[in-house]
Design a protein around this ligand. Structure first.
Ligand SMILES: *[C@@H]1O[C@H](CO)[C@@H](O)[C@H](O)[C@H]1NC(C)=O
Ligand SMILES: *[C@@H]1O[C@H](CO)[C@@H](O)[C@H](O)[C@H]1NC(C)=O
Ligand SMILES: *[C@@H]1O[C@H](CO)[C@@H](O)[C@H](O)[C@H]1NC(C)=O
Ligand SMILES: *[C@@H]1O[C@H](CO)[C@@H](O)[C@H](O)[C@H]1NC(C)=O
Ligand SMILES: *[C@@H]1O[C@H](CO)[C@@H](O)[C@H](O)[C@H]1NC(C)=O
Ligand SMILES: *[C@@H]1O[C@H](CO)[C@@H](O)[C@H](O)[C@H]1NC(C)=O
Length: 248
């Protein structure tokens, strides 16, 4: 995608040659790396919980004496804790996500925020995942277009006051009615936005999570919450598969 950007002005033949070279380079690297993986990596891949096949480029952080401890690429290391596969983002906040699925065919890893418990609509995402993260790390690309943002607002949202999609989260996530010091009344909603910055006036964000949902439609908050517990998709970097930008 980034490469295409530089090829403006329609020299299509140049572009194709360029693509071919890039692909074959990636292929060579991939074959060379694959050859180094020992047979255990292929025949007996590591597994953790419901993720049965953890293969290149991923590796599980196993004890050094495990023959599979050198499988995959160290930058794509996953952790197994209490039978759950976890991806740590290595950022300042200790952000991490449960791995719900890995699809090698389309280089997709599906993650879910560990704060979200299915069936408990009071449970909230723990971490802020924004596209800024992608730039810092470059290994993964966010493959979901929208975010569910939990907001607290000074006054109730109405169709008139806010043009976007929103649902009232009470009674699962309560409106605050501070009889004591401070902020006073606030009203809690979940809204669906394309950019995390797009929040209604007079509201503050208290949690957010990327979502596979395209729209709220007439879904209730419990249905939306359930959707959030299914997670969101990241696509891992092109150089590990060669042609992701063709696919994107
Ligand atoms: C771990 O998860 C797998 C797959 O869900 C399951 O078969 C296994 O019994 C679990 N092991 C433990 C110790 O919970
Ligand atoms: C695990 O997945 C990889 C990548 O799709 C595949 O090549 C390999 O055959 C699978 N291994 C097993 C034991 O299913
Ligand atoms: C990758 O494939 C899986 C299984 O077919 C699908 O559910 C998922 O949406 C795909 N991911 C992307 C980013 O298209
Ligand atoms: C539901 O989530 C809330 C908020 O995280 C938590 O305080 C509560 O204990 C959870 N309830 C259950 C039954 O786990
Ligand atoms: C806040 O409390 C007051 C007084 O108890 C009540 O009249 C009002 O309806 C409450 N507002 C909300 C948003 O719960
Ligand atoms: C939501 O709307 C669709 C059509 O727009 C309808 O088929 C469906 O029954 C509605 N669901 C609920 C829960 O109202």
């Amino acid at each position: 995608m980034r490469r295409f950007n530089s090829a403006t002005g329609g020299s299509t033949r140049f572009l194709i040659i360029n693509v071919a070279i890039v692909c074959s380079l990636h292929l060579d690297v991939r074959l060379a790396t694959a050859a180094k993986q020992n047979a255990d990596c292929q025949n007996n891949p590591s597994s953790c919980g419901n993720i049965r096949n953890i293969s290149y480029p991923f590796r599980l952080n196993l004890r050094d004496d495990d023959p599979r401890s050198n499988c995959g690429d160290p930058r794509f290391e996953l952790t197994c804790e209490s039978n759950r596969t976890i991806l740590y983002l290595n950022d300042d906040h200790g952000a991490h996500y449960y791995v719900n699925a890995i699809w090698y065919k389309n280089w997709t890893i599906r993650l879910v925020d560990p704060g979200l418990q299915d069936g408990n609509c009071s449970s909230m995402p723990l971490f802020y995942f924004t596209s800024r993260w992608r730039n810092a790390h470059g290994l993964y690309y966010l493959r979901s277009y929208k975010y569910v943002v939990f907001v607290r607002c000074k006054s109730p949202l109405t169709v008139k006051s806010y043009g976007g999609e929103y649902v009232d989260t009470s009674p699962s996530i309560n409106n605050v009615n501070g009889s004591g010091s401070g902020s006073g009344v606030s009203y809690s909603y979940a809204i669906l936005v394309k950019q995390v910055g797009e929040i209604p006036e007079g509201c503050i964000i208290h949690a957010m999570a990327p979502t596979l949902l395209e729209e709220f439609g007439n879904r209730s908050f419990p249905e939306i919450h359930h959707q959030l517990t299914l997670g969101f998709d990241l696509v891992w970097d092109s150089s590990f598969s060669g042609i992701y930008w063709e696919y994107l």
